[in-house]
Design a protein around this ligand. Structure first.
Ligand SMILES: [Zn+2]
Length: 195
């Protein structure tokens, strides 16, 4: 929502709060042409409605925000932020009315972006923790995987060559692929002679 006021001589001022910016648009109608100029002021978010004063120097807009009061001097078709609190003792308060922001005012070019902060380097990856899902367990280095009663491991923990590890002795028939025992002379499935 914008606030506007007729300044006389066909000139109007629009003011509205956009994020932390106060956008002030001066719109003047001169014979044969329409003039419009906008400026953005970093005021912060409004905490009160803007107040327009008229004093000897022209018009002064008072913006009350969460960062304190801000003043914008309007003179002719120019406007400028006022650093010090102006003397508004004898100033006349001009009532403002609500209005839609003028279309051109929303086209106000963005202020140049502040340069991006350099990226903080990524934290080094923490080593993978043993993982457990239901009856499935997996750990790294040496890689080991366990599912219920079945276990699988590779890397450092080479299985020992013993009767306790039948999977190590598992051979397959070159003819049909059926599992055969190392000591079998014939494949139990197809009868192929195993060496
Ligand atoms: Zn076979």
């Amino acid at each position: 929502m914008a606030y506007m006021c007729n300044l006389g001589n066909g000139q109007q001022v629009f003011v509205y709060n956009q994020d932390n910016q106060t956008i002030v648009t001066l719109s003047g109608t001169l014979p044969g042409q329409q003039q419009q100029s906008s400026s953005g002021f970093s005021t912060g978010k409004w905490t009160a409605l803007p107040i327009l004063y008229r004093n000897a120097g022209g018009f002064i807009l008072r913006i009350e925000s969460d960062r304190g009061p801000h003043y914008v001097q309007l003179q002719g078709s120019s406007m400028s932020a006022v650093g010090t609190t102006p003397n508004l003792e004898n100033a006349e308060v001009i009532p403002m009315q609500t209005a839609e922001p003028p279309p051109a005012a929303t086209m106000e070019p963005m202020k140049p972006m502040t340069p991006m902060e350099p990226m903080t380097p990524m934290e080094p990856m923490t080593p993978m923790k043993p993982m457990k899902m239901g009856d499935m367990e997996m750990r790294m280095n040496p890689m080991e995987m366990r599912m219920g009663n079945m276990g699988m491991s590779m890397g450092e923990s080479t299985p020992s060559k013993g009767e306790s590890n039948p999977s190590y002795r598992q051979n397959f028939c070159p003819q049909c692929g059926a599992p055969v025992k190392e000591n079998d002379r014939f494949c139990a499935n197809c009868g192929h002679r195993l060496s």
